[in-house]
Design a protein around this ligand. Structure first.
Ligand SMILES: NC(=O)c1ccc[n+]([C@@H]2O[C@H](COP(=O)([O-])OP(=O)(O)OC[C@H]3O[C@@H](n4cnc5c(N)ncnc54)[C@H](O)[C@@H]3O)[C@@H](O)[C@H]2O)c1
Ligand SMILES: [Zn+2]
Length: 363
């Protein structure tokens, strides 16, 4: 099974996509390491403790429970966890294992980044979103009252162990939210991946192992390539933002409590696709294929009360806006995108309107 290499100035490591790879955890604990602290949530531990316990049998380790949820992704919780590590005999030789969704991988990664000025972390993501996105690339952090992910650090892991077998317990909605990020990867850089998502949705939904493993590996490959090239090619990382400009606006407009991140990105990809037809001459047939595949993995929550004006106003507040001109990642064809700055506001409003109308027609 694939090992995707991530090379950053801080460290080079593998993201391993392999069923059962949690069993290999001890292989990646450095020789001479001290106590291992597994940071997880009670729900994930209740479902999947056995794999980790088996892998760490005979090694000094302790499980630390983090309450989970976006409101708890904050400094105070990191401080609590650090205190528990000290009380448990943690020191500079300790290792953190992050075992959970993206919230856990962000919090535990940040804990490792700052505990005694930095100790190693091993990432074991258990949601689809964390497997294809959050756990790969070394971004860690927590929220402030003022906004999401405002405090954090780059802390690259020793390894990312991606075991698709843990996904069978994931609620379907969370699974679909992760699938939207994989659709994104197909549109921006991998037409074969896109085709597979279009043609094999039944296998994807049924979690057919060969299919799921292949699409995860394809998405992780793209994240690994982009992170690896990041230092040299600033623009490349931005392609991962396809669907995110408008997705973030929708998340903010609904106070982060109606849409899962991936669902908001699904909406954003519809808007970017409509805009791409107008702005970068994405052929109508390709646009239709993108809309269809996003819909295939739906539904997303109701868009009641959302207006083009409100979303447009949110865009202006986004940090990606330059002098009132928004910029977008727009597909020129499936598998290739352009970053377009200074998109005309009227075209953006039209694209939002068209997507809202198409959802209203379905309701
Ligand atoms: N660092 C990055 O580059 C990056 C990238 C994308 C997202 N993120 C962050 O990731 C977070 C979202 O992560 P998420 O979508 O994974 O949400 P999450 O971590 O809240 O997980 C979703 C839910 O699923 C549960 N769960 C996890 N694994 C499970 C399993 N195998 N079976 C059953 N239930 C399981 C969790 O306990 C939680 O209740 C956000 O805070 C976001 O900022 C970070
Ligand atoms: Zn995203």
């Amino acid at each position: 099974m694939p090992s995707l290499r991530v090379e950053t100035p801080q460290r080079a490591y593998d993201a391993i996509v392999e069923r059962g790879c949690i069993a290999r955890l001890a292989e990646f604990v450095p020789p001479g390491a001290g106590k291992i602290f597994v940071v997880t949530t009670a729900d994930v531990w209740a479902l999947h403790a056995a794999a980790v316990e088996r892998a760490l049998a005979g090694r000094p380790h302790q499980v630390l429970f983090f309450p989970g949820g976006e409101p708890r992704k904050k400094m105070a919780e990191v401080e609590t966890l650090a205190g528990q590590m000290v009380a448990g005999g943690g020191d500079r030789s300790s290792v953190v294992v992050a075992f959970g969704g993206g919230i856990v991988t962000d919090v535990a990664g940040f804990l490792a980044a700052i505990f005694m000025r930095g100790i190693p972390v091993i990432q074991i993501p258990t949601t689809l979103l964390a497997q294809v996105d959050a756990a790969v690339g070394g971004k860690t952090g927590v929220n402030l009252v003022a906004g999401k992910n405002l405090v954090g650090s780059f802390h690259q892991p020793l390894v990312v162990l991606i075991d698709p077998a843990v996904l069978h317990t994931l609620p379907e909605r969370e699974y679909r939210a992760g699938l939207y990020e994989i659709i994104k990867c197909g549109v921006i850089r991998d037409a074969d991946l896109f085709r597979e998502l279009a043609e094999r949705s039944r296998e994807v939904f049924a979690q057919d192992p060969a299919t799921v493993d292949r699409i995860i590996a394809a998405a992780v490959r793209i994240k690994a390539e982009v992170v690896t090239a990041d230092e040299r090619e600033g623009d490349l990382r931005r392609i991962l933002n396809f669907g995110h400009t408008m997705g973030h606006a929708l998340e903010a407009e609904t106070r982060y409590d109606r849409f899962l991140h991936g669902e908001a990105v699904a909406f954003g990809m519809h808007v970017a696709t409509a805009l791409a037809e107008a702005v970068v001459e994405l052929p109508a047939a390709e646009a239709a294929r993108i809309h269809t595949v996003i819909r295939q993995y739906g539904p997303i929550p109701s868009l009641n009360g959302i207006t083009p004006e409100k979303l447009f106003a949110r865009l202006a507040a986004d940090k990606k806006t330059v002098q009132g001109k928004v910029h977008f990642v727009l597909p020129a064809k499936i598998g290739a995108v352009k970053i377009v700055t200074g998109v005309d506001g009227r075209a953006v409003m039209d694209a939002i309107e068209a997507v809202l109308a198409s959802y209203a027609a379905l309701a």
